[in-house]
Every structure is written in C-alpha cells, then in structure tokens.
Design a protein around this ligand. Structure first.
Ligand code: NAD
Length: 476
C-alpha cells in the first residue's frame, strides 16, 4: 500500500488535505508515496499556529532554543542511513551524496545552534551627552520557508535553523517533487519536545499551497530557494502585503581556466561540479572559459572524466557518479538546450542525448565550440552538460562571465596569484572559488547578484537576515 503522509501543524499530524500529490522515483517511475495538497485554509491554520507560538519562543533564552535544535540534529543523526535512502529514492542523487546531505544538515543545525551565545546587538554613540542608544536584534516573527527539490533535506535546515535560533517560528512547504524527506523530518521533530507551533509543515503544489503561504498576511518573512521565474512571482505576491523576501535563485556559474592552471585539478573540479547531483546544483560550473593555450589539454582531461562516468539507478548501485534528472520537465529542458547548441554550431565531444535507460537519465555531455550568444552559454542547464568557449585572455573571460543575468558563483583556475586576485576583484558574483571545487561553506555567505537572488544564507550575515533591528534611545 502507498504510504500516505500528513501535514504537521501545531505540534500534531493533521488529517485534512484538499487533495493528494503523488511522489515518484525518478530513476524508475515507481510511485513512492502521497502527501497532502493544502489549500488556503489549511495553510492559514499552520501560519496561525506559528503566530501563536512565536511570542513565547522568541522570549526563550537563545541557549534554550539551541537545546531544542540540538535535539533535532541528534534525531537526524540517529536516522542518517534511512533518511539518505529516502532522498536517493525520491530525488535521484547518489547514495554517497545523499549521505553527505543528511550529515551536513545535522552539522548545519548544530552550527546555527552555536550562535546562541553570539547573537549581538550594538551600543551606539549618541550626539547627546546624557543619552545611550541601543540597537537590539529581534525576531521578525513568522517565517515561510519554500523549498526546491535539489537539496531538499539540507534546505529545510538552511531555513529552519537560523529562523528558530533567532526566535522566529516557521511554516515550511517542501517541493512537490521531493516532499517525503520533509515529512520524515516532521516525524523527527514530533519525537522531540519542541513547543507546538514552532515548526509546521504543509505539503502541496506551488501554485496552490506555495502561493497561499506567500499571500498570507500573517507571514512576516518569506525565505525561498528555487527558480528565477518562481522567485519573481513570489515577490509579486509578497508585494501585496509588503512581506519581506529572501530569495536564493538560479545560477549560471562560469569557470575560468587560464593557460598556467593546474589542468588536472581544474578538469577534476569542473567535472565533479557537472555530475554532482546530476548537474542540478545552483552554484556549480555551467560554462567554461578557457585560454586558447590550455583548451586542447583541458578538453582531453575532461573527456576522459566524462567518458568514465558511471550512472544509473542510485537506489540499486552505490558506486555511481550520478543518477537521473529529477523529472520529465528537467530532461526535456536539458535535451532542448543541447539540441539547440548543435543547431547553433557547437560540437559534441561526449554524450549529447537521453541515455538508453528507464527513468529520466541524460548522458554526461561535453560540448566545445560554444559561443557567448548561444543559449547553452546563457540559460541555466541544470543537467550533466558542460559547454566550453575559448577566450584570448583573462579580461575577455571576466567580461563574458559578468555578462549574464545570473550572479551566484564563479571560479578561476590559475597558478598566478595576481590573475587570481584580479579576477576576484572584477568578477561580479556572490562567491568566487579559486583553484577549488564549486561548493560553499556554512560559515560563508551564499548570496546571488542580479537575478540570482535577494539577500543570502549562511554564516553571521545569513543569520541576521532572520532578525529585525530595534533602536532604543535612553535619555538619563
Ligand atoms: P521552482 O521554482 O520550480 O520551485 C521551488 C518551490 O517553489 C517549490 O516548492 C514549488 O512548489 C514552489 N512554488 C512554485 N510556484 C510557486 C508560487 N507561485 N508561489 C509560491 N511557491 C511556488 O524551483 P525548483 O525547480 O524546485 O528548483 C530548481 C531551481 O532552484 C533552480 O533554478 C536552482 O538554480 C534553484 N536553486 C537555487 C539555490 C540557491 O541557493 N541559490 C539552491 C538550490 C536551487
């Protein structure tokens, strides 16, 4: 019998649903479970529960809130293997990556809990000799967290942990593609003594449940990770109530490879970045600009990696580099971009078509002769496809990198420190990785420029996005 999940509202699993959303395994097409679709009234109940719970949660000492977070991370660790299997089945990532995601999630919750003794206000100097000015940081109130499917479990923590440690309460809506892990997370929370209403979970589709959550006037902050199109729509919905937004959107990360780079390192880092999560990662390299002198040697190395890629159903094999794409839409998008690149005159070195397997698999695809005007160099691919363009020098590479509607991450491979620093100064992106893989640290600040987002996540700066300032003038 298909497993049926229930919303988690006000500390209890609630039976009501306006319909059901089927969840499938992208590697096989098998039906895995059903989760509730939730309309405006169900969403409103969840938001009201969060609203009721917020004042007393916000008044708790941060160290007490940290204690609750640590109970949740301990539960995640207890069930780490089982949770990873669930993520593999519903999202299609490899077993190793799913395990990294679960473990990183627990570490991330603990990292945010550690901020309990570090949350700071400020004491400001006054223009008056008999006055003190205090700047308090306070919770914003009720947070709505809307999640994508690509790192579904970690993104729960990226929203929940900073929201809760700073005294907010939260309602989470997972992606309809990958909600099972979130409902399992709710079971973990239900097994702790977290006060009711502090964390709520509602299942459902974007246009119904997601939209209802964003339109609810009792939501004080919407923190969203997903596509540019949805981010733009959410901003419009939020605009009706002037609800604050924090948006982590798409990317089209450039990787610049100079002729003096360690090409083994560059090829491995860029290759890993294309196959990790089957290329469905917002900050991974999606376009390469290589100096002419290194082009052939880089392509040779990359081709060896691409040809050696093991892919298939990650639930049955534990030695894969990648699994399937998440759904038919993703597969169609990747196929269409590669077909267009072929028509535009690009050359396929490896792959270039759907894999001959059940499920939504696409062959690892290496493309050369790409040009700046091609869609494959401008649009987010979100699949295991890497287009390469030759450039004459670093300044051309920087100019092409910056000429994008996206501005999330970027990278450069060079053995010349001056070139690296010059690139770091000139690249107009939220993050730049020098001679390393595309992957951020939890103490950093993950934030996109241009259409890649508004605000950011992680570290001190991400944490304070969940607070409001209150300035108090005390005249004595
Ligand atoms: P998506 O925008 O299709 O969906 C994301 C979430 O928004 C889902 O939960 C969906 O149900 C919901 N939604 C859809 N329409 C809505 C609406 N009108 N109102 C409210 N909610 C709505 O994105 P996706 O396909 O799940 O995720 C892939 C995208 O996410 C890629 O573009 C990727 O680059 C981006 N992403 C960005 C980051 C980052 O940190 N910047 C991280 C991961 C993924």
């Amino acid at each position: 019998m298909t497993q049926l999940y229930k919303n988690f509202i006000d500390g209890a699993f609630a039976a009501d649903a306006t319909g059901l959303v089927d969840v499938f395994n992208p590697a096989t097409g098998a039906l895995l479970a059903q989760v509730p679709d939730s309309d405006e009234s169900i969403v409103a109940r969840a938001v009201e529960a969060a609203r009721r719970a917020q004042p007393s949660w916000g008044r708790l000492a941060p160290i007490e809130r940290a204690g609750y977070l640590r109970k949740i991370s301990a539960k995640v660790r207890e069930r780490r293997t089982e949770l990873a299997k669930i993520i593999v089945a519903e999202q299609g990532k490899t077993q190793q990556l799913a395990q990294v995601e679960v473990d990183f999630t627990a570490d991330y919750i603990d990292y945010m809990a550690e901020w309990a003794r570090r949350l700071e206000g400020e004491v400001l100097t006054s223009d008056r000799s008999n006055e003190n000015i205090f700047l308090f940081r306070k919770p914003i109130g009720v947070v709505a967290g809307i999640l994508p499917w690509n790192f579904p479990f970690f993104l729960i923590a990226r929203k929940l942990a900073p929201a809760l440690i700073t005294g907010n309460t939260i309602v989470i809506k997972p992606s309809e593609e990958t909600p099972i892990n979130a409902f399992e997370f709710a079971k973990l929370v239900a097994g702790t003594d977290l006060p009711k209403g502090v964390f709520n979970l509602v299942g459902g589709r974007g246009r119904s449940t997601g939209e209802a959550l964003c339109a609810n006037p009792n939501v004080d902050l919407i923190t969203f990770t997903g596509s540019v199109a949805t981010g733009s729509r959410i901003m419009q919905t939020a605009g009706r109530n002037l609800t604050r937004v924090n948006l982590e959107l798409g990317g089209k990360a450039p990787a610049i490879v100079l002729a003096d780079a360690d090409l083994d390192l560059a090829a491995k880092a860029i290759y890993d970045s294309r196959v990790i999560n089957t290329g469905q990662v917002c900050n991974c390299a999606e376009r390469v600009y290589v100096e002419r002198g290194a082009h052939e040697a880089l392509v040779d190395r990359l081709a060896q990696h691409f040809k050696a890629t093991r892919y298939g159903d990650p639930s049955v094999r534990d030695d894969l580099h990648m699994g399937p794409l998440v759904n038919q839409i993703g597969l169609d998008k990747v196929s269409a971009l590669v077909e267009q690149a072929k028509r535009d005159g690009a050359t396929i070195i490896t792959g270039g078509k759907r894999a001959d397997l059940e499920g939504f698999h696409y062959e690892p695809t290496l493309i050369v002769d790409a040009r700046a005007d091609m869609d494959i160099m401008r649009k987010e691919i979100f699949g295991p496809v890497l287009p390469i363009q030759v450039v004459e020098d670093l300044d051309e590479a920087i100019a092409l990198s910056n000429d994008s509607e996206y501005g999330l991450t970027s990278s450069i491979f060079t053995s010349n420190i001056n070139s690296a620093i010059h690139a770091a100064r000139e690249l107009n992106f939220g993050e730049t990785y020098i001679n390393r893989e595309h992957f951020e640290a939890m103490q950093g600040f993950h934030a996109g420029r241009r259409k890649s987002g508004i605000g950011g996540a992680d570290g001190k700066h991400g944490l304070y996005e969940f607070t409001e300032t209150h300035v108090v003038y005390l005249q004595t």
